[in-house]
Design a protein around this ligand. Structure first.
Ligand code: HAM
Length: 432
């Protein structure tokens, strides 16, 4: 029986791979204008990094990590033994924790230095229930800015995110930008207590999971998809009513800067995001059509405590990540035409087998001149060579028959305009 790819792990077929390359190139171009440079971190990190960085109580860490053990360690584990922390590894469920680990490890933001502005692109892994727009291996482009806590960093990143979506072709009216502030360690604990007290009051209306959330991490209940829980959480205390003066001022300045830049947003005090490292500004971009419940195409926020959490000195940070697969779905839903992989400037067809060797030499010559060229490799008739040329989208076609071979020249046909010119073989490339 044929073996297929595991559920939720998709092949990126040529058209999609082309879009992934374009997506990364657009990101590098747009983010480069804002000073971002590329970093690549490993696909696998110590599990503890994600536990400490993302938070043990998050779904991502508690349920969705793919962990891996080398042969000997797996045997130890299966035999009931324990494996040292440095040998417990997981595939990265997101990019932020790894980038912050790298910043700390290589001291990329020495005290007093300008912020490090880093971008990355690559596969992420989460063992989620697979559905449209929700995969187990998916691809993100992300940015992280470490070393500055000014609201200008938050506003700049959000503006840059919206510029990226515009440049990639997602229509502005198909998206909604949601923003919120999650407060800081001085105002959030009291807020968390207020939410917990509210949830305790409404315990009889909450699902089992939310009852556990109330104990471990009450704010996660804002993400519950259960309709009863959602209705209860609609009436829960709002973080924006509990922000300390500093967080309130920071949030107000972010909004002011966005207003000044003409960025439209919706304040959503229930936006808490699924990862525990966030402080202050959080944001998410959702598309209104075509993606069902998995409608977030990108999101991020500030994480001023994460560097310290993973063992570094206090270094404020902020970033976001975009989901490539969801952006692709959003573009398709908006009817945007996607580029097709493969190009063919010239197709060289042959009438009989004597033409094969000259055709072979001609396609090499044209390729060496910097054009894409193709010929038949399967003994097709002239008619089906023309069909193949059409399928490949050839811009020009030339046919080598006995007369052409004898004269050393052939008729070059422009497939779009149907214009024809007869020229020597060695001048064909100059007419493409
Ligand atoms: P996130 O919201 O978990 O944030 O993921 C960012 C984006 O990745 C989502 O908006 C979505 O488009 C895409 N995504 C997430 N999970 C899946 C999935 N299972 N299948 C397909 N696409 C998915 C983060 O990952 C943070 N690291 C963002 C960040 C950077 N915050 C600060 N810096």
């Amino acid at each position: 029986m044929a073996i297929n790819a595991p559920t939720g792990f998709n092949d990126m077929l040529p058209d999609q791979a082309l879009f992934w390359n374009d997506f990364q190139a657009t990101a590098a171009r747009v983010f480069g204008r804002y000073g971002y440079v590329t970093i690549q971190t490993p696909i696998m990190e110590q599990t503890d990094l994600f536990v400490r960085g993302i938070g043990e109580a998050t779904d991502v860490v508690s349920k969705e990590m793919f962990s891996a053990f080398s042969g000997a360690n797996l045997e130890t584990l299966l035999g009931g033994g324990t494996v040292k922390a440095k040998n417990r590894m997981s595939l990265r469920p997101e990019g932020t924790a790894g980038v912050v680990r790298a910043v700390v490890q290589h001291d990329l933001v020495p005290q007093g230095a300008a912020p490090a502005k880093l971008m990355y692109a690559g596969p992420m892994f989460r063992a989620e229930r697979v559905q449209k727009g929700r995969l187990r291996q998916f691809h993100q482009v992300g940015v992280e800015c470490l070393g500055a806590e000014a609201p200008t960093v938050d506003a700049e990143a959000i503006i840059m995110l919206m510029r990226f979506f515009a440049e990639v072709g997602i229509p502005a009216d198909a998206m909604t930008l949601l923003i919120n502030s999650m407060g800081c360690e001085s105002c959030r604990p009291a807020y968390r207590d207020a939410v917990k007290a509210y949830m305790d009051e409404h315990a009889s209306q909450l699902c089992e999971t939310c009852l556990t959330r109330a104990e471990v991490n009450p704010l996660r209940a804002f993400d519950c998809k259960n309709e009863d829980c959602a209705a209860v959480m609609d009436g829960a205390p709002r973080i924006t009513d509990h922000l300390c003066p500093d967080c309130k001022a920071h949030y107000a300045q972010v909004k002011e800067l966005l207003d000044g830049a003409g960025v439209t947003y919706v304040e959503d005090s229930k936006l808490v995001r699924g990862l525990d490292y966030y402080t202050r500004t959080v944001f998410e971009v959702q598309v209104d059509n075509g993606l069902g419940s998995q409608n977030a195409i990108g999101g991020g926020g500030r994480y001023d405590k994460l560097a310290a959490e993973v063992g570094g000195r206090n270094t404020p940070g902020l970033g976001f990540a975009l989901g490539y697969e969801r952006c692709l779905l959003a573009l398709q839903a908006a009817g945007v035409e996607m580029p097709k992989a493969g190009s063919c400037d010239l197709f060289v067809s042959v009438v009989e087998s004597a033409g094969q060797a000259p055709a072979f030499a001609l396609v090499q010559q044209v390729r060496d001149a910097g054009f894409s060229a193709e010929m038949d490799h399967q003994g097709r008739s002239v008619k089906s060579q023309f069909k193949l040329a059409n399928k490949l989208g050839a811009r020009f076609i030339v046919t080598l028959g006995p007369d052409e071979l004898a004269a050393g020249q052939a008729t070059l046909r422009n497939m779009e305009t149907h214009e024809e010119v007869t020229i020597p073989f060695d001048q064909i490339a100059s007419c493409l």
